[in-house]
Design a protein. Structure first.
Lengths: 211, 210
């Protein structure tokens, strides 16, 4: 196929996240979707997290989750619900805390998301997730290279510059780390001060960066 | 929270598949999301269409096989996909369709327009009007389609279908006016009328739009 891409969700090169027990299948960025967000997550074992606990407070997305296979218990604020294959969970409130844990091995959940009333834009966190497996393996050069692909689209993201600073610092590229920290501080000093307070990734440049 | 199967299916017209209006049922605003189920192997599960025609939203679309197996044809290229299979069609002009290769194949469709705010279209009103239309309850079909038209006044598909319902209900003047409006929005809608028996009651009128 030329303009069209066809692939199975679980064949989309999974990246290990959440300490290695959860697989992220980057559906949106693999297929090049531009009008809504979509990603898939697979939990390898019963009891493993299949949707990280989070809110959509920053992106302001509403989300639909679809359990494609297996079974998962969703936490939605103070409520819980167990959902099997073919089950949908819709969360319109971006501030509601949500997450899910697999109650069967090899549970796969697809997430679809987008903002209401404004056009969708790809989110910077996809680059963090893409780099995480290399980071966890101690390959900081690869983590930097993968995440830096996001600079073209998210060059004004303090979060991206901060994480690039971490990867560069751990990879012993102090000047590069300081450059990204400087950019991050210009963009969102509060974020950098908060995140860096107990972040050992930045220990090698902390003093020079004035943190 | 609900299962796809929990949503009441709506029979398509002139196609064997059933449609579940998930976006409307869940109240999703940010993107379109609906499910299609073909009862038997060999049945069409996604009608052949592009996203440029009358009533189409101009969306990029993502198809996901939720259960069963389906053969997709997009611009002449073929792919057979089982559960978990994804087909991304970014170009609204691409012709796409899918046929079930197993009974009870369900395909989820998610769509939106890059760079634009999602606006639910009149297409859903067309689907909602299917059951009363098929049951011969044309007044109810007119009520549903008219409601849809309030928010989608320039939807050629909706204008055309409403013209059909009015013609079937014996209200020729209204049908002619709606048909004229449909042609103004989408001149190609004239092709739909050439052999549509729904319009037979007004076809011989002198003011039948050419």
């Amino acid at each position: 196929m030329m303009k069209v891409k066809a692939i199975n969700v679980t064949d989309i090169a999974p990246r290990r996240i959440m300490g290695g027990t959860m697989l992220w299948h980057p559906v949106r960025r693999t297929l090049g979707i531009r009008s809504f967000g979509t990603n898939a997550y697979t939990a390898l074992n019963t009891g493993d997290r299949v949707v990280e606990e989070h809110s959509e407070g920053a992106a302001r997305h509403e989300e639909v989750y679809l359990v494609l296979r297996g079974r998962a218990e969703f936490q939605l604020g103070d409520d819980t619900a167990e959902v099997g294959a073919g089950g949908l969970v819709f969360i319109s409130d971006p501030d509601l805390r949500r997450g899910a844990v697999a109650t069967e091995a090899n549970t796969t959940v697809l997430a679809f998301g987008g903002p209401v009333g404004t056009p969708y834009e790809p989110l910077v966190w996809e680059h963090d997730f893409a780099a995480q497996e290399s980071y966890d393996a101690g390959d900081f050069e690869a983590a930097y290279e993968i995440a830096s692909e996001g600079l073209e689209e998210h060059g004004e993201s303090a979060r991206l510059h901060y994480n690039l600073a971490c990867y560069a610092a751990r990879g012993r590229h102090q000047e590069l780390a300081l450059h990204h920290l400087e950019q991050a501080l210009k963009l969102d000093a509060d974020l950098v001060r908060t995140w860096s307070a107990d972040d050992h990734d930045l220990d090698s440049v902390r003093e020079r960066a004035g943190l | 929270m609900l299962r796809i199967d929990d949503v009441a299916p709506i029979q398509a017209i002139a196609e064997p598949f059933q449609i579940r209006l998930l976006r409307r049922e869940l109240g999703v605003q940010a993107f379109g999301i609906n499910a299609y189920t073909a009862p038997a192997a060999g049945d069409r599960v996604i009608e052949e269409h592009d996203e440029l025609g009358g009533g189409a939203a101009g969306h990029e679309e993502l198809y996901l096989v939720v259960s069963g197996k389906a053969t997709f044809i997009v611009d002449g290229a073929k792919a057979e996909l089982g559960a978990g299979g994804l087909v991304h069609v970014p170009d609204p002009a691409s012709r796409r369709s899918a046929t079930a290769a197993e009974p009870n194949t369900t395909v989820l469709v998610v769509g939106g327009t890059p760079g634009e705010v999602n606006r639910p279209g009149g297409w859903e009103a067309n689907v909602l009007a299917n059951p009363p239309y098929l049951a011969g309850d044309y007044d109810e079909a007119i009520r549903i389609a008219s409601e849809g038209l309030e928010e989608n006044a320039d939807n050629a598909g909706l204008l055309y279908n409403l013209a059909c319902f009015q013609a079937l209900a014996g209200r020729g003047d209204e049908a002619v006016e709606l048909l004229r409006r449909a042609y103004e929005v989408l001149p190609a809608a004239r092709e739909w009328a050439t052999d549509d028996s729904d319009l037979d009651s007004i076809r011989d009128r002198r003011d039948f739009p050419a």
